[in-house]
Design a protein around this ligand. Structure first.
Ligand code: SF4
Ligand code: FES
Length: 155
């Protein structure tokens, strides 16, 4: 049997969860519990189960589609038989009392970088707007604790 090589992905993608046809990666420090994943496929993303991500519980394409809904870049995926995630046109979604959600072909100056330039490439990110995150430039959810208030869109 021919083994499918493990793809090389950036360290900041985090822990890998592999099933037939897909590997999902989770970076806990980027997760702000927005719960798009849990709402999208509760049988796959279930904080009551261990491991909490079980990609084998749904079709690989469906899992990838829900991963792309994660606005913060906490989730990524690799489909061994499919193309990488395509970046959409760059958009900024300013959230009421919260971060800026960015999508697109992003280059971000980040301490997560393993690159001498100090930047990472990504397709999704939540950038702190309250100034209080412990994981800048990314939002870590602290805006809720500090009661940050500013206009923006709502889900
Ligand atoms: S959608 Fe992303 S940010 Fe939201 S809970 Fe899931 S992993 Fe965390
Ligand atoms: S906007 Fe979320 S921590 Fe600053």
């Amino acid at each position: 049997m021919t083994e499918i090589p493990t793809p090389s992905v950036p360290d900041f993608w985090g822990r890998a969860y592999t099933a037939e046809g897909i590997t999902v990666y989770y970076n806990r420090r980027r997760c702000i519990h927005f719960a798009a994943c849990v709402r999208g496929l509760p049988q796959v993303f279930d904080t009551q189960q261990r491991p909490w991500i079980q990609p084998g519980r749904a079709d690989a394409a469906a899992v990838a589609e829900v991963v792309r809904r994660c606005p913060t870049g906490a989730l990524h995926y690799v489909l061994p038989s499919g193309p990488p995630e395509l970046s959409a046109p760059t958009t900024i979604d300013v959230r009421e009392n919260g971060p800026n959600f960015l999508r697109g072909d992003l280059t971000i100056a980040s301490p997560e970088s393993a690159d001498p330039a100090g930047t990472i490439r990504d397709t999704r990110a939540a950038l702190c707007r309250c100034g209080q995150s412990g994981n800048k430039p990314f939002c870590d959810g602290t805006h809720r604790q500090v009661g940050f208030q500013a206009p923006g869109g709502q889900s």
